[in-house]
Design a protein around this ligand. Structure first.
Ligand code: PLP
Length: 369
């Protein structure tokens, strides 16, 4: 028996769909380079296979969050540009340079570190600068931008190839903060006066229109099929299918209950399917009595709490020959996308994908890179 056939739960990642989504973003932002954000192991889907597929399709710039993500990705992508969004932690600049990683410099301290390394190694070092325009998270504030503008020597030894910022409310097109951040970014990049390419757009920002595209767009979520325009039809293709096998089917009747805490009480004859995935696999406990799966085209509700390794579904509406041990219940797929499972859990698709467990048997479709 193959590992796939005996696995209790299966995660299928469609790399052709990832590439199609990258091309769709490229078409949405003509004139801009489409980079790929593959931090957090490509949002849980596997940074290596995802990045190799995108590189084979022509993507040349990749963003990760941490230096170690960058070092790992360098083995998959010997030639592409890899930028580290977090920038150098104290003492890590030399390691970053040694692996050919380009830091996103977020503060004057980080600028100082990179300048220090450039001096010590007597070479010009490439970097991106991140300006804060309203997230108040990472990035140079307006005072720091003014400092750099007035004292260009502070960037001595650095070749700044990208100046970027990040949007707070891009998934709400009518939010006034979008225009405010756009204006601040335009103003700050002029003030800074360095000759570099500009980047403001992550996934949702791409869909705010051409004013926001600049020279490079940095989608993550959209590549993985999450909807960048909540409330509207998803313009992208689904990438993830998650299925768990039924271990046992049982007939229950009132007054029985199911699972820890006895939170669901049966009111009549019910068929319950127990599948082999639980919160240890990233099925949030908040899905208890709230989530859904799909089997044979029928939507089946989670009944009772999610356990560590098990989840229980009411499959009364499913033909008995379909709801049997070994059969698969789809938890994420075209009929029940990650965004929908996320809404049932009270969270966003990003958290669902990045929480996908390590026990799933993974299959990559279109993996010929
Ligand atoms: C995570 C991240 C992105 C990608 O965001 P998505 O919404 O997933 O497209 C882009 N830029 C920065 C700075 C990020 O932190």
């Amino acid at each position: 028996m193959t590992a796939h056939d005996r696995a209790p739960a299966l995660l299928t990642v469609d790399l052709d769909a990832v590439v199609a989504n990258w091309r769709a973003i490229t078409a949405r932002a003509p004139g801009a380079e489409a980079a790929a954000v593959v931090k957090a192991d490509a949002y849980g889907l596997g940074a290596g296979p995802v990045a190799r597929a995108l590189e084979a399709a022509g993507c040349r710039t990749f963003f990760v969050a941490t230096i170690d993500e960058g070092i790992d990705l360098r083995e998959d992508l010997p030639d592409s540009r890899i930028l580290v969004l977090g920038g150098p932690l104290p003492g890590t600049a030399a390691d970053m340079a040694a692996h050919g990683l380009i830091p996103v410099l977020n503060s004057l301290e980080q600028v100082g570190q990179w300048v220090g390394l450039a001096r010590a190694s007597e070479q010009e070092l490439e970097a991106a600068l991140h300006l804060d325009t309203g997230m108040s998270r990472l990035g140079l504030d307006q005072a720091a931008v003014a400092d750099l503008a007035d004292n260009p020597a502070m960037l001595g030894g650095i070749r700044t190839t990208l100046v970027m910022s990040h949007m707070a409310c891009a998934d709400e097109p009518e939010h006034p903060k979008n225009r405010e951040q756009l204006e601040l970014f335009t103003h700050a990049t002029r003030r800074l006066g360095v000759a570099a390419r500009l980047s403001l757009a992550a996934s949702s920002t791409v869909f705010l229109g051409p004013d926001y595209h600049f020279d490079l767009v940095r989608p993550g979520a959209a590549l993985y099929g999450l909807n960048p325009v909540p409330g509207q039809p998803n313009p992208l293709t689904g990438v993830v299918r998650l299925e768990a096998r039924i271990l046992q089917v049982r007939d229950v009747d009132s007054p029985q209950t199911v699972g820890y805490g006895a939170t669901h009480r049966f009111t009549g004859k019910t068929k319950v399917a127990v599948v082999a995935a639980g919160y240890a696999d990233g099925l949030f406990r908040s899905l208890g009595n709230r989530g859904f799966g799909m089997i044979g085209g029928v939507r089946v509700p989670v009944v009772g709490r999610i356990s560590m390794d098990l989840t229980t579904f009411d499959v009364s509406a499913v033909a008995p020959e379909l709801a049997r041990p070994g059969a698969l219940i789809e938890l994420i797929g075209d009929c029940h996308p990650a965004d929908e499972l996320a809404a049932e859990a009270g969270t966003i698709g990003y958290e669902v994908l990045t929480a996908l467990g390590r026990r799933y048997h993974r299959t990559y479709l279109g993996d010929d890179a």
